[in-house]
Design a protein around this ligand. Sequence first.
Ligand code: 13P
Length: 252
Amino acid sequence: MTQKIVAGNWKMNLNYEEAKVLLKELINNKDKFNPEVQLVICPPMPYLSSFSEVLNGQSWIHLGSQNNFFVDKGAYTGEVSPSQLKSLGVTFGIVGHSERRDNFNEDYSVISKKVKALLDHDIRPIFCCGEQLQVRDSNVYKEFIMKQITDSLFKLKADEISKMVIAYEPIWAIGTGQTATAEQAQEIHTLIRSRIASQYDEKTANAVAIIYGGSCNGENANELFAQNDIDGGLIGGASLDLDSFLTIANAF
Ligand code: 13P
């Protein structure tokens, strides 16, 4: 384990009032969170600005985006640039989530540009990868996941990829209650780390944080986080509840 990172992906949940209540609850319970864990919350985009103001001086919670464009500024109606995110104090950014690959046809070339744009603005990308159930069942899942990673990330320089967070999120485990077993997750995490080591070097591979996502909750986080190559979690549903998020964050 190289780092300890627990990130909450709030997705398109909570209205503004509800989101502010959850943020307040997190802040009020600061003392209960293990200070060795890097906590990240990725609220819906419109809330980032006020969250950033509320969190000013609260560097124990990092602010993350759920999406970004790859151009700095210009006539791109509806898009948000990494430099705009940076100006709000955003330090992490989710890229390539399966929900964006599926619903918005994001392919590897768009995803790799988004990753690079975040890195250029000193925002740590949380790059998501993972296979559908039929890919898992067809037994070519390792090749499938590694292709997602090599296509989108392996053009980066060593000092760039070493800043990455890679989230292994098997699609069949997202929002289904069917978590990958600790062994299934560890198998993929080890594979990812060893491929980075052979493409780059051992030091670079150990600097990359590899976290797990997909029905991670207070009951299973402990076993998952105990695995050698699992550096934390990307949490969906369970990040919307203070007690669950706290239990997960303290599960190392
Ligand atoms: P769940 O934790 O709700 O399964 O979602 C995982 C996820 O997609 C995080 O990005």
